[in-house]
Design a protein. Structure first.
Length: 112
């Protein structure tokens, strides 16, 4: 998906909900944002998803990922979220909370 930096309402905050791997276990390419933090595939400005600045051990990091991994992680986070959120656990379409809506959008847009 070209231009995959997400900036729509709530989706940026949904990216912050995605658990990241241990930064100490990342390769230099992954830690520097040149490769996906989850599967290690090389990233370009065209296919990278900026996961937002994170502070790890007092150091500011700028992780990036591929759209496929972001979509997979967003779906997993949404699945977990729905067990704890009453509005999101209902079967009525359009009644999800803001977090559930943001995770759903993120999983659809990035999981193509």
């Amino acid at each position: 998906m070209p231009g995959s930096t997400v900036g729509e309402p709530n989706t940026s905050s949904a990216l912050a909900l995605l658990p990241l791997p241990d930064f100490n276990a990342l390769t230099q390419q992954q830690a520097e944002g040149h490769a996906c933090v989850w599967d290690g595939i090389p990233l370009t400005t065209e296919n990278a998803v900026d996961l937002g600045a994170r502070t790890v051990d007092g150091v500011q990091r700028f992780p990036r990922a591929c759209p496929r991994c972001v979509g997979e992680r967003a779906r997993a986070a949404l699945f977990e979220h729905c067990f704890e959120c009453d509005p999101c656990s209902q079967t009525v379409p359009g009644h999800a909370c803001d977090t559930g809506t943001a995770l759903m959008r993120l999983s659809i847009r990035q999981g193509r």
